[in-house]
Design a protein. Structure first.
Ligand code: ATP
Length: 231
């Protein structure tokens, strides 16, 4: 289980995140919402050790992992905003990098599992990542994350720039992953998608948590949509 308590992130004088706490259990999905600049990416980066945490703690299965870099965070994988693939690497090489330091046997087993989930990548193993379509690149970013065999998957705006069909494919895959017991923390600007997919939401405003609860409640709560959308 992932647990954040009272997390604070600052960039110089800018308070990007103030007192954010959350929990994420196996198979659960939490949507992090908020306007541009609300602190969503800072939250993701803080969990993954990509920005310094000023105050507070990140725990994974009860163990403090605050500030630990992603490559040393066993059990956590990130699908970063904008996908961020190395364009000159092949699909196969990209998957290989996602696995980290594992034996050849483990690598092969994980690769088989991932390619069974993403058959569209299986026929493109030698193709360079930079030549994939937006939808394929997102699948590759997701597949690369899964090569780490995570228990917690973190996604920063995976639907950005995708067609509705590709977006639906991403969310179908995430639903399958949840059924396999993977906890999903997702930053998503498409509110309808986010609330439809997740069990719970966390709403950030100017780095502070201003709302949280079950997405079923969110549907009923008048005014929340306006808050989320910044109207
Ligand atoms: P978006 O939806 O636009 O990606 P966000 O909710 O992810 O926004 P963050 O990117 O976490 O928000 O930014 C939170 C605040 O921190 C903003 O005021 C932003 O300008 C600031 N910020 C983010 N990164 C840096 C940085 N490297 N240096 C200085 N300020 C930063």
């Amino acid at each position: 289980m992932l647990e954040l308590s009272n997390l604070c992130v600052r960039y110089g004088h800018i308070r990007a995140l103030e007192g954010v706490s959350l929990t994420l259990k196996a198979g659960e999905a939490l949507a992090v919402a908020g306007m541009n600049g609300a602190g969503k990416s800072s939250l993701v980066r803080a969990i993954c050790g990509l920005v310094p945490v000023r105050e507070g703690q990140v725990r994974l299965d009860g163990q403090a992992i605050t500030g630990r870099p992603l490559h040393r965070l066993e059990g956590v994988a990130l699908v970063p905003e904008g996908r961020v693939l190395a364009p000159s690497l092949s699909v196969s090489e990209t998957l290989w990098l996602g696995a980290g330091r594992v034996s050849a046997r483990t690598l092969a087993a994980r690769r088989d599992g991932v390619l069974a989930r993403f058959p569209e990548l299986a026929g493109r193993l030698t193709q360079r990542a930079g030549t994939l379509s937006g939808g394929e690149a997102t699948m590759l970013a997701l597949a690369r994350g899964l090569m780490a065999a995570p228990r917690i998957l973190i996604l920063d705006e995976p639907s950005l720039g995708l067609s509705p069909a590709a977006t639906a494919r991403v969310f179908d895959t995430l639903a399958e992953l949840r059924q396999d017991g993977i906890g999903v923390l997702i930053v998503e600007q498409n509110l309808h998608l986010a609330l439809g997919f997740a069990d719970r939401f966390l709403l950030l405003q100017h780095g502070r948590p201003v709302g949280e609860g079950s997405t079923a409640e969110a549907d009923r709560s008048a005014g929340l949509e306006e808050l989320l959308l910044g109207h």
